[in-house]
Design a protein around this ligand. Structure first.
Ligand SMILES: [Zn+2]
Length: 129
């Protein structure tokens, strides 16, 4: 994803969150890819999921206990990154047979699968209250 597209998504996301009186404390992202066409993004880094580099950075910045944290994502690399650092993992999206097979192959079975971010937010609220 180009940075300009990312910036548009970021602005829209923050605008929508503001409407709901919510905010994001920090954003962590990785533009790297081993075969990126732009040289400045090319390479192997510790922040590209399934590696947990971004989670570790956030934990350091905010003094978080990752074993008491939640990793929410829409892909198995999100689950893998979360599991690597001991987070409870939530996968958003429908579960299809091929996804189940991949979960087994990658040992990336999420703790919870739900169909929307709202459902995840409610489930987390139940766990922490
Ligand atoms: Zn990276």
């Amino acid at each position: 994803m180009m940075k300009s597209n990312f910036e548009k998504i970021r602005v829209k996301m923050n605008r929508e969150l503001e409407k709901a009186d919510a905010h994001i404390d920090a954003e962590y992202y990785c533009f790297h890819h081993p075969s990126a066409t732009r040289k400045e993004y090319r390479g192997n880094c510790d922040c590209r999921k399934p590696k947990p580099g971004l989670l570790l950075r956030a934990a350091k910045d905010f003094d978080l206990n990752l074993r008491e944290s939640f990793m929410v994502g829409d892909s198995l690399v999100d689950v893998e990154a979360g599991k690597a650092v001991g987070c409870a993992t939530f996968l958003i999206g429908p579960i299809r047979c091929e996804v189940c097979k991949l979960m087994e192959e990658k040992s990336a079975r999420p703790d919870v699968v739900l169909s929307s971010f709202l459902e995840v937010a409610r489930a987390i609220e139940e766990r922490v209250t």
